[in-house]
Design a protein around this ligand. Structure first.
Ligand code: UDX
Length: 474
């Protein structure tokens, strides 16, 4: 199929590269000249597993880049719209980019086209896109608008796209539903997974992706409701963690107990400093706005947002508890990205916490395996945030170590070396990466989320370290 994808952000770039991987002829459209030039040079602008491989595999063959929307529309039978829908001050999604793409498509239309909204958009966007296209002269019989939300996560975006839990096609006519279904056919008939050079995913053996056909409005709601539900799960476990701290229970044990109920499940129940990223914070606000505008009271969403914001304050109070005063303290920060596996800093709780620490007069040496270039831009050359080339370098001479992103590399650090490098043996862990018993044995004072603090008076011995490791293994 000839496919156009408009917008080369996370969703558009991944979708474009993956549609090329599925055998389609894809033209990716963007009006950001710098980004286009980067892509045309064969560079990958985001840190995303398998994406550089896919771009290299298909660039110049089945995948091209252009700034010319009209050209892309004319040559394609289906146009996926994946432009940004950032939040406005009142929480509503700003749909002006979607509108201007709809205008552009309407002006270029010359044959039957299927326009697919892939960006996360509020309910009714589909009917608005249709109205805007009609107002801009597109003949009604020459197009249909479909909602096909994308559920990919940053860091695992390519595998999420190619091995989806579900593909949702929200279409109000069979004709357009069939066109979109055809774009995904190698996934739904399982043929892609039989290819020897298929990108590996979480599934082994025969697999056929599940395609769910819905109305356009239902598809729009499915995306918002899915993200809201996942965010609610995170806020739920964070609220439970606070109760655990108050009563002296261990949230990791509680999580194991509740997550083992197959109706609840273990995933998205990791407590921490709250969710961030480009989706959950924005989508929660947009969904709340949609509910309000339509006269529905959905207080659960307000509470989800409130608990999430409070998590950062709770972390700041832990840092105070561990260090007493903060002015003039030198802190090592491990992790800047909003989660592991990405260099994305958007709505990162780590960035918000660093800003609060700077306000309190701390100086910071940070390390992140992927996000340091972006962080250097975010904080600027004159800030009190410096960057180290490794975790250990960041720890050298620091008054405490703060863990703010759940990178696996941090969990594998040598505890003895952490203790040796720090000025005070203090670790405040916002992601529960370490085992408290091992921290205790290593002679580290350890503060985490929803678990009892470890505060040692005496330094560790080699024997106590070995014993703790043995107990942990058992
Ligand atoms: C999310 C949705 O998962 C995805 O389906 C949607 O398409 C886009 O939004 P993403 O933003 O990439 O994906 O990240 P995700 O893995 O969902 O994590 C979001 C945030 O929640 C991160 O800050 C992460 O650290 C936090 N999180 C996640 C927790 O605090 N605890 C958890 O158990 C899971």
């Amino acid at each position: 199929m000839r496919i156009a994808v408009v917008g080369s952000g996370y969703v558009g770039l991944v979708a474009g590269a993956c549609f090329a991987e599925l055998g389609h002829d894809v033209l990716l459209v963007d009006n950001d000249e710098r980004k286009l030039a980067e892509l045309q040079r064969g560079e990958c602008p985001i840190h995303e597993k398998f994406l550089p491989e896919l771009l290299e595999r298909h660039h110049g063959k089945r995948l091209g880049f252009t700034g010319d929307l009209a050209e892309a529309v004319r040559r394609s039978e289906v146009i996926f719209v994946a432009v940004g829908t950032p939040p406005k001050d009142d929480g509503d999604a700003d749909l002006s980019y979607v509108e201007s793409v709809a205008q552009g498509i309407a002006c270029a239309i010359d044959d039957y086209k299927v326009v697919v909204e892939k960006s996360t958009v509020p309910v009714y966007t589909n009917s608005w896109v249709r109205k805007i296209m009609l107002l801009n002269g597109a003949p009604a019989e020459l197009f249909d608008v479909v909602s096909n939300p994308e559920f990919l996560r940053e860091g695992t975006a390519v595998a999420d796209f190619l091995y989806p839990d579900r593909i949702v096609v929200g279409a109000d006519t069979d004709r357009c539903a069939e066109v979109v279904a055809r774009a995904y056919q190698p996934l739904t008939d399982g043929s892609y997974y039989k290819q020897p050079d298929a990108i590996p995913g979480p599934v082994t053996g025969a697999f056929e992706a599940n395609l769910i056909r819905t109305s356009a409005k239902s598809a729009e709601l499915i995306k918002h409701a899915s993200n809201a539900f996942l965010a609610m799960k995170i806020s739920f476990i964070n609220a439970v963690a606070s109760v655990c701290e108050a009563v002296g229970a261990d949230v990791e044990q509680v999580r194991e107990g509740i997550g083992s109920d197959s109706r609840i499940g273990r995933r998205f129940l990791s407590p921490g400093i709250g969710y961030g990223g480009s989706c959950f914070p924005k989508d929660l606000l947009a969904f709340r706005s949609v509910a309000r505008e339509n006269g529905c009271h959905f207080g659960l969403l307000d509470e989800t947002v409130r608990v999430n914001e409070e998590q950062r304050n709770r972390f700041m109070r832990k840092v105070h508890k561990a260090l007493w005063t903060l002015k003039g303290k030198k802190l090592a920060v491990l992790g800047l990205a909003f989660k592991n596996g990405t260099d994305d800093l958007r709505e990162s709780p780590a960035v918000a916490i660093i800003k609060s620490l700077l306000k309190e007069g701390c100086s910071i040496t940070a390390y992140d395996p992927a996000a340091m270039d972006r962080a250097a831009e975010e904080f600027g050359p004159n800030s009190a945030v410096k960057f180290a080339t490794s975790s250990y370098e960041a720890l050298e001479g620091a008054d405490a170590c703060l863990v703010l992103t759940e990178w696996e590399d941090f969990a594998a650090l040598d505890l003895g070396r952490i203790k040796q490098l720090l000025r005070y043996p203090i670790v405040v862990d916002g992601r529960n990466l370490f085992c408290p018993a091992l921290m205790e044995a290593a002679g580290l004072n350890y503060y985490s989320v929803g678990r009892p603090d470890v505060v040692r008076e005496r330094p560790a011995t080699i024997t106590s370290l070995k014993e703790a490791a043995k107990n942990e293994a058992a």
